[in-house]
Design a protein around this ligand. Structure first.
Ligand code: FAD
Length: 438
């Protein structure tokens, strides 16, 4: 008899989850758990918290939906408001659990957390597999320690190797009996605020969105529209669901290939794959560079010539800088939990080049705000823009006036998000820092 725990992390789905299928096949009883770490709500060294209101609302909805799907199969999700080690401790001591299933983790702290468990409990068997990246590590035509130094080199190697993409698998046909009875969610969990968000969380919403996207003609125009600052159909908007694992990247690739078979492939449909390869590159980059992902000097040997100015950072976060396009993007982020890729590039460039701020504060603020926050994509892209990452041209300085003319010629976006309420730099009182919320 195997009493197991399936620890959900960023794989919040039942379908195309090979690890979940394995857990269901191999266990006689099982507890499906999710650990909400109290640390996520504390202020960190960048005066931000891990989970802001938008991310929290998205996650909670995703968990509720997962629980409903499990309920329909005689199972349930047990949600803890505790650090993972404490939760595993409880299962080890009170439920004789010796087998834990958990997806491969990309983030440094998540990997450290798993190591802490295996170090503490030699009797526990940790069963893991990849549920997050397009290719498994062993498929790659290089060793991780030899990850190509630029995305272009990586892409060429991957494309010339013609790697196979796994076909998605069905959800498990049978779910073992629950190891413990349903437990109400902890009362001490932070309240979920009413948020204004274009995205509905969870696996069902993810599949609906993907079906809708590939039933439209948007994929055939993707390359021409993806740089728009606004507009649901201008880019795929897969990111929040991918980041939470409500859908697998293989499911998306499968839908893309079907679309190409029916409607023909073109530059735009290829470019969706191209962007997913960027995602893939940063996932590997995070594991390859470990703690350097969060270092001021990144993976380079030079520290940037920027610093921390509380007032300027506050202006950037609130969208009250002298730059209307940046203000509009930041207000959009604060209100919706999402910002376009072009917007992210512009606000990051502004933080580093115009405001001369330490890039890690920007990355930490994005971590708090973005509903599609992904440790690898976020910190990797910030490094890239700050000139301390995988960028041969060392940093990107965008001309904000020129970018406004190109991407918001009629100022429609700026007006919509009230970016034109500008303030001069350093006008905010540094004594106001830190703010309790945004
Ligand atoms: C400073 C900065 C921070 C970012 N932080 C995140 C983050 O926390 N989470 C996140 O998912 N993306 C992040 N990105 C990448 C990108 O901006 C978003 O993935 C994209 O805007 C999401 O919208 P979409 O799904 O419509 O993307 P699309 O343009 O439709 O792209 C399709 C998918 O490809 C992937 N992708 C696209 N561009 C990138 C990229 N540059 N790097 C990695 N993957 C990419 C995403 O999974 C995306 O869903 C960041 C970019 C920058 C410049």
């Amino acid at each position: 008899m195997t009493h197991s725990v399936y620890w959900f992390t960023n794989d919040l789905r039942l379908s195309d989850n090979r690890l979940l299928r394995r857990a269901c096949e191999q266990s006689s009883s099982i507890s499906f758990i999710y650990c909400i770490n109290p640390e996520w709500f504390k202020s960190n060294r960048f005066n931000c918290q891990t989970l802001g209101a938008q991310r929290w609302a998205f996650l909670v909805k995703s968990l509720h939906q997962l629980n409903s799907q499990l309920n329909a199969r005689g199972q349930h999700l047990v949600v803890y408001f505790k650090a993972p080690l404490e939760v595993i401790d409880h299962y080890y001591s009170h439920h004789n659990t010796r087998v834990i299933y958990c997806s491969d983790q990309i983030g440094l702290y998540e990997r450290q957390s798993l190591t802490a468990i295996t170090n503490k409990y030699s009797e526990i068997t940790l069963k893991q597999s990849n549920t997050f990246t397009l290719y498994d590590m062993h498929q790659l035509p290089f060793d991780l320690s030899e990850l190509p130094s630029t995305f272009s080199k990586f892409r060429k190697k991957v494309e010339s190797s013609n790697l196979s993409i796994k076909s998605p698998v069905q959800r498990p046909s049978h779910f073992p009996a629950p190891l413990i009875a349903p437990v109400p969610w902890p009362k001490s969990l932070p309240k979920v605020e009413q948020v204004n968000c274009d995205f509905d969380a969870g696996e069902i919403a993810a599949n609906n969105h993907i079906n809708q996207y590939f039933s439209s003609s948007a994929p055939s125009k993707y390359k021409l529209t993806r740089n728009a600052l606004d507009g649901m159909a201008n880019s795929t908007k897969f990111s929040p669901w991918l980041a939470n694992g409500n859908v697998s990247v293989q499911q998306i690739m499968h839908a893309l290939q079907e679309y190409e078979q029916q409607h023909g492939a073109n530059d735009s449909t290829y470019w969706i794959y191209f962007e997913l390869l960027w995602r893939e590159y940063f996932q590997l980059y995070s594991v390859r560079y470990d703690h350097q992902l969060f270092a001021f000097s990144g993976i380079s040997s030079n520290k940037p010539l920027t610093s921390f100015y509380p007032g300027r950072f506050k202006q950037w976060c609130m969208g009250t800088t002298p730059y209307p396009i940046v203000n509009a993007c930041m207000k959009q982020l604060n209100q919706t939990g999402y910002m376009s890729n072009r917007g992210r590039q512009l606000v990051a460039s502004c933080l580093v080049n115009e405001l001369k701020l330490d890039w890690r504060f920007g990355a930490a603020y994005f971590e708090q705000q973005l509903i599609d926050y992904d440790v690898a994509a976020n910190w990797g892209n910030w490094q890239y823009l700050a000139g301390v990452g995988a960028d041969p041209r060392s940093g990107r300085h965008f001309n904000l006036v020129k970018q406004t003319h190109t991407y918001d010629p009629g100022n429609t976006f700026i007006k919509r998000w009230r970016g034109d309420e500008v303030y001069s730099i350093d006008s905010a009182d540094a004594a106001d820092w830190p703010l309790s919320s945004y």
